[in-house]
Design a protein. Structure first.
Length: 328
């Protein structure tokens, strides 16, 4: 590993329009920087070597959290994870976001790392992260993980020619809350469902961001009283990426799940919406039998690799636990 940053130009953006214009001008040569907990590591190892770093922390409102009952919650892309987790309003009304944020990395990383960066981070695959392996994600012709090391950060669901698993802890709970991503480019802003922001492993990137676009904010609609839970299993309890995670948001009335959304992390190239679980549980009262049935449905169609088959049972266990807690 090289461990030294290559040379680059640093640009402070003063508003979203200026940031979009800069990205349009430099194209693939530029990268957005906020906390940079992922990007700087990629640069040191020469995995990503931009010529321009565009700082968005200087844009007013980019690091702000706002809430109105009609408009819902708006989280600026540069909001740090500890800022999000420490918001009293978030803890009371969108508690799943605080739960997930506190399970990302260490205190130091959460003080620097941002919501936008967590959503846009690159794969944790050791081959992608190593400068000597030119894999699919780096424009190569093969996936080294398929026949190599794939025990931890690789998919058991919907794997393509790249078998990475998406590493974001914030994406599953945000999708479970029906969040939208606000993107900005030279032609202005556009808003898309966050579930549509992530791509299957068919190209070099993991998100639908165009080269001249940036993620400005995440918007979450107002929530009526809901049961919200995020559970995650990792190698090290102190700080690590998810082997599997479950984000669950349910509206429970008299013990019945009137509505439920379950999104899984760490097992597919993008956050995996467990529609089979939702279809089974909605309108029913969670109990042991129902939780087991839903857990089996959560991994229907799984095709694990030779060394990560344990993720199937792990995911089922996490789904079952989350559902049983919903019924309490």
């Amino acid at each position: 590993m090289l461990y030294e940053l290559p040379g680059f130009e640093h640009v402070d953006a003063h508003d979203v329009a200026e940031a979009a214009s800069c990205l349009h001008h430099y194209g693939e040569k530029a990268r957005v920087i906020a906390g940079a907990t992922d990007l700087l590591a990629l640069m040191k190892d020469r995995i990503d070597v931009p010529e321009v770093l565009l700082n968005i922390k200087t844009i007013p409102g980019m690091a702000s959290i706002t809430y109105e009952e009609k408009a819902g919650l708006r989280i600026g892309a540069a909001v740090t994870l500890n800022h999000l987790a420490g918001s009293e309003m978030v803890r009371q009304q969108f508690s799943i976001l605080a739960q997930a944020a506190l399970q990302v990395g260490t205190t130091q990383l959460r003080n620097m790392g941002t919501v936008g960066g967590n959503l846009c981070q690159r794969p944790r695959c050791a081959y992608f992260r190593h400068p000597h392996f030119i894999c699919f994600k780096k424009g190569g012709t093969r996936c080294f993980a398929t026949a190599g090391e794939h025990r931890f950060y690789h998919a058991i669901m919907q794997a393509g020619k790249c078998v990475m698993a998406h590493p974001s802890d914030m994406a599953p709970p945000l999708i479970a809350l029906n969040a939208s991503a606000v993107l900005a480019g030279p032609e202005g802003e556009r808003k898309i469902p966050l579930a549509s922001f992530f791509l299957n492993p068919t190209g070099l990137g993991e998100t639908g961001l165009k080269p001249d676009e940036l993620l400005v904010a995440i918007e979450v609609p107002h929530q009526e009283t809901t049961h919200q839970l995020f559970v995650k299993h990792r190698i090290r309890r102190a700080a690590d990426f998810a082997l599997a995670s479950v984000a669950l948001v349910a509206r429970v009335t008299d013990g019945i799940c009137a509505d439920i959304s379950v999104v899984l992390g760490g097992i597919a190239a993008a956050p995996y919406v467990a529609a089979g679980v939702e279809a089974i549980v909605k309108g029913r009262r969670p109990d042991d039998a129902l939780a087991q049935e839903a857990a089996e449905a959560s991994v229907k169609g799984a095709r694990p690799l030779p060394m990560n088959g344990y993720k199937v049972d792990l995911t089922k266990t996490l789904v079952r636990r989350a559902l049983m807690l919903t019924g309490q």
